[in-house]
Design a protein around this ligand. Structure first.
Ligand code: SAH
Length: 343
């Protein structure tokens, strides 16, 4: 039997577990603190009574994830980690070094069910969603290996975070908790392909995270051709939800737009995109598509990228071209697949 990890719970859930065991609630706070101070065994929790530890140990584990493989880029120090979960599945996380500190890109699922035509993470479908502890375990495992604090988190690895809503919310709570990782929500970005009903739910929580929307096309015909999710939630519905999100949270959102040669990258398409989002509190990240062998897509050339960006900027929408990181170790956007045989 695989034990449930204590990091799967929020502090209030842990308090309930502890008081249901007939123990005092303050013990939960002490244990919670140990977990995020990096304890990976009960033995390290020196202020917790032995009888409580024995009870917990029957059902619950406290370990982080196992580093199966690590790849370090020679170009920019980006690291890609292949991490093993307790049930033997793998996920990938990417660590990036910026001038303001370290950012980790975490996965929210093993595989992905969304089926975007350009993305490697979806090739084998969705195997399962990660628990909150498995998501935060990525941060803790990589941080320990690095020996330095990670200050920013992007939920842009494998999987669709809003397709794993409850666990992602637990994760965000524990990341933010001062006794948890104590990372402010403004240092966290959640990226979604556009699960509209969940965007509304997220808006109601009024968190200060940055919401990033994978848009990738300026009209429904093109978007549906490369992103099946658009058949359920079209661009109009998606942008309505985005406007609502901005209104509720006061936060600027960002759009990700992958530039694919001959598919969505000409100037007319840039103007179409501009028309869609003009006047919104937003920023656009342009990403020349990264190579994924199954997709057969290739990246737009520099000239096309620059022209596309200029159309947006001249129309009053700030747009940047995302710098490719870890290109030599398949760590770039859309390249994560967590399969040991297909690196
Ligand atoms: N499922 C979420 C989280 C994944 S984030 C989402 O769709 O937003 C990963 C980002 O990289 C998304 O914007 C995704 O669309 C983009 N992406 C996927 N494959 C890519 C590729 N081959 N090249 C560039 N970006 C890609």
């Amino acid at each position: 039997m695989i034990k449930t990890n204590l990091k799967d719970f929020t502090l209030s859930e842990l308090e309930k577990i502890i008081s249901d065991m007939g123990e005092q609630r303050f013990r939960a706070k002490q244990i919670f603190k140990w977990l995020y101070d990096g304890a990976e065994s009960y033995e390290e929790m020196t202020n917790i009574p032995k009888r409580l530890i024995e009870k917990l140990d029957e059902k619950y584990s406290v370990n982080n994830l196992k580093i199966e493989q690590k790849f370090v880029s020679r170009i920019d120090e980006t690291r890609r980690y292949l991490l093993q979960l307790d049930d033997g599945n793998f996920v990938e996380s990417v660590l990036m070094k910026y001038h303001h500190g370290y950012t980790i890109c975490v996965s929210s699922q093993v595989g992905c069910a969304m089926g975007c035509a350009f993305c490697a993470s979806t090739v084998g479908g969705r195997v399962r969603s990660l628990t909150a502890g498995e998501i935060i375990g990525q941060v803790m495992t990589v941080q320990k290996d690095l020996g330095q604090r990670i200050s920013n988190i992007v939920m842009m690895g494998m999987g669709e975070p809003l397709d794993n809503f409850d666990n992602v919310m637990r994760f965000l709570e524990n990341v933010n908790n001062p006794l948890g990782l104590n990372i402010g929500h403004r240092h966290i970005t959640l990226s979604t392909c556009g699960l509209v009903d969940k965007i509304y739910e997220l808006a109601h929580r009024k968190m200060q995270i940055t919401l990033s929307i994978s848009l990738h096309a300026p009209n429904d015909e093109k978007r549906s051709a490369i992103m099946p999710v658009n058949k359920k939630y079209n661009i109009e519905k998606l942008l309505k939800a985005c406007r609502y999100y901005i209104e509720q949270t006061g936060r600027r959102i960002s759009f990700e737009y992958t530039l694919i040669r001959g598919v969505n990258d000409n100037e007319a398409e840039a103007r179409e995109l501009l028309k869609l989002i003009k006047g919104m509190l937003c920023h656009v990240n342009l990403i020349p598509v990264n190579e994924v062998k199954e997709s057969g897509f290739s990246a737009s050339d520099r000239n096309a990228v620059e022209k596309f960006r200029a159309v947006l900027e001249n129309g009053g929408i700030s747009a940047t071209v995302r710098r490719e990181m870890g290109a030599d170790i398949s760590a770039a956007c859309g390249q994560l697949r967590a399969n040991r045989n297909a690196q």
